[in-house]
Design a protein. Structure first.
Length: 652
């Protein structure tokens, strides 16, 4: 990969020198921020893409883009290159690709190393991050692997072996032909960089999140990859390593909504990191039965505490993360099931604070713990009480209710830095259930004091973007379909509930505090603007095409401040404090995909600028106000129009 990155740098530098750089309108390279509308000022080729197909192929499948204003770098989830592309936002050039051993770029020669240690009595470092084990008893190849600390016996992943490197991402086609393109099993997906620019969180297709130490990444002529600090499962991984791999799962997505058990809990996707409390929120399960996981990252990002805390090791750190047991005959049963074998394995990540399941199940509406359950052990009532003890089931497979949450286990101390339980005590990840709006009344169903007609299973279509509100310390999560009516979405306010440690000395876990209805909109994204203003991005919904609209809401009260009807059909949105404007990647505008710009001071729409097909992610560097938009192959990419590019947009 390194020689190809160097060639990219060289060619781009020649282009810059040949084009010149001025302050006039439509300057082809540098742009200005005065005197006119927005335009594409330059395009950035993405490493390891071509117009001829495999390997690499066109830059046709990507996800979230995130600009770090400290180092002026844009990180983009690249599902065809099987890496995270890194773009220099000052010089407009690709400078690295964060990858695993399965990447397209260079077959893992520059793959990220997993965090290591030297066991006592040895001089040879070994990995300290265990692999993830699927419910089928196989290792999933898209993560780290380990040698058991203090031993010489390594774990071996099929096809790779214990080489101390990050396994990688499944890409856009999840181990099948490149024509399938099944998003719910793809990766890399959502990503975010910590405010100090030192930590990169990336959601993976194997129902997990990977944490990279960017302080170990170098750029320049010979870029090196960042070290992996943790690979944390958030749910049950799909059967990537089975005999048939994901064939049954891919088939089930064609008309069966991915209901095959071989899909597990789908990809981990959108996320938001609370830099104050150092808690990461991340969703799984789109568009089936989604849930959100809250992870304490405090020891990981600060590299403090015990080894288990620094890397979010499982409850038993000497064995792999174990979601569930495999019973005789191959049936998968978690301890949440009444049929669980006595030898069921449950070895969850020690830093998970809690989970909220949008699965139509829940606890007792009377406030007690006498739960009425169905044949699968799932409560039939709607909303789980805050301090309930019912284990959350794996939503995608009722027979495998172990998941990451799901059941008690005995083991070591919790590593979440919020509280601990004595060694040998039972361990259960707090969990609560949605949905949040009453089906008949359309009003909020309280999780702390459920009452009225909050009953009847409703499965929302999926969860979208989210953001922490620093004014309240609560998470605002876009809920694409709160009730069984496609025109009703919501923004759910979630209290992380970190201060309540009445549940055996640890946090009782997060719960939904309120829900703000958003009508005629599938809420897909949310970004904080100035003060307590939040822009809610709207998209179409399951064949329902809404007129273009976005909403600015009050992040505490949930009241709508302004509706904007000049741009719509968006996925990712971005607030840029550099010019006090919102930027929107509106791929589903009726007139064609555009980048929308809204003045965050006046909440007035300013302009729409043409982008390429399916341009759905965007990020802006506040130092120069340049917007970076990943573009599929097309005319805007110029000489790269057959392979795709990143378009750089600026006001003229």
């Amino acid at each position: 990969m390194r020689p190809r990155i160097l060639l990219t740098i060289f060619l781009t530098a020649l282009f810059v020198l040949a084009s010149g750089c001025g302050t006039v309108k439509n300057c082809p390279v540098c742009g200005t921020t005065t005197g006119g509308g927005y335009t594409n000022i330059v395009v950035v080729p993405v490493p390891e893409h071509n117009a001829t197909g495999e390997p690499g192929g066109g830059f046709t499948s990507f996800d979230i883009s995130w600009v770090d204003p400290n180092r002026h770098l844009d990180y983009i989830s690249d599902r065809i290159g099987l890496d995270v592309a890194v773009i220099d936002t000052v010089n407009n050039i690709a400078v690295n690709a964060i990858q695993g051993v399965n990447s397209i770029a260079d077959a893992g020669n520059n793959a990220s190393l997993c965090a290591q240690m030297v066991p006592a009595g040895s001089t040879t470092p070994v990995d300290i991050i265990p692999p993830i084990v699927s419910v089928y008893g196989n290792f999933t190849r898209f993560g780290c692997r380990t040698s058991v600390p203090g031993t010489t016996e390594p774990f071996h992943l099929p096809g790779f072996g214990a080489n101390s490197k990050f396994g990688g991402w499944p890409g856009a086609q999840c181990c099948a032909s490149r024509g399938n393109g099944i998003n719910p099993m793809s990766g890399p997906d959502g990503l975010e960089v910590s405010a100090d620019g030192n930590i990169l969180f990336v959601a993976n297709g194997s129902a997990s999140v990977d944490v990279f130490d960017l302080s170990t990444m170098t750029l320049g002529p010979n870029p090196t990859a960042p070290t992996v600090l943790a690979t944390i499962p958030t749910g049950v991984s799909g059967d990537y390593d089975g005999v048939d791999q994901l064939s049954a799962c891919l088939t089930s997505w064609n008309g069966e909504a991915g209901s095959s058990a071989e899909c597990g809990d789908d990809r981990a996707d959108e996320m938001s990191y609370d830099n104050v409390h150092q808690v990461l929120a991340i969703i799984n399960g789109d568009p089936g039965l989604p849930f959100i996981t809250f992870i304490d990252m405090s020891h990981i990002v600060s590299k403090t505490g015990t080894l288990a805390q620094q890397h979010c090791l499982p409850l038993d750190p000497t064995t792999p993360y174990g979601p569930a047991a495999t019973a005789t005959g191959g049936a998968t049963l978690g301890q949440g099931s009444s049929n669980s074998p006595s030898t069921a394995s449950f070895n969850p990540p020690s830093c998970i604070i809690g989970q909220i399941y949008y699965d139509g199940a829940g606890g007792s509406t009377s406030g007690g713990l006498g739960l009425t359950v169905n044949s699968n052990g799932v409560p039939t009532s709607q909303v789980d009480e805050v301090n309930g003890t019912f284990p959350c089931p794996d939503p995608s497979n009722p027979l495998a209710m172990g998941g990451v949450s799901g059941s008690p286990a005995t083991g070591a101390l919790l590593g979440n830095g919020i509280g601990t339980r004595p060694s040998g005590a039972t361990y259960s990840i707090p969990c609560h259930h949605g949905p949040i709006l009453d089906q008949s009344a359309g009003t909020f169903c309280s999780q702390s004091a459920p009452a009225g007609t909050c009953a009847g299973a409703i499965s929302p279509a999926g969860l979208g973007g989210m953001v922490w509100n620093p004014n309240t310390g609560h998470l605002l999560l876009t809920n694409e379909n709160s009730i069984g009516i496609t025109s009703v979405g919501s923004v759910d306010e979630i209290d992380p509930n970190l201060a309540d440690t009445s549940c055996g000395g640890v946090s009782c876990g997060p719960y939904v505090k309120n829900s703000f209805p958003i009508l005629n909109c599938m809420p897909t994204a949310i970004a904080q603007g100035p003060g307590n203003n939040f822009l809610v991005g709207c998209a179409d919904h399951d064949g329902t095409a809404f007129p273009p609209n976005e909403y600015v809401i009050d992040g505490t009260a949930g009241t709508i401040i302004t509706e904007i009807t000049n741009v719509g059909g968006v996925d990712e949105i971005w607030y840029n404090p550099g010019d006090n404007r919102y930027y929107l990647a509106a791929r589903d505008m009726p007139t064609g995909p555009v980048m929308g710009v809204i003045d965050a001071k006046t909440n007035q729409w300013l302009v729409n600028v043409t982008t390429n097909s399916n341009s759905h992610s965007i990020a802006v560097d506040p130092s120069n106000n340049h917007a970076f938009v990943p573009l599929q192959p097309g005319g805007i990419c110029g000489s790269s129009n057959t392979q795709g590019c990143v378009g750089v947009y600026a006001e003229q």
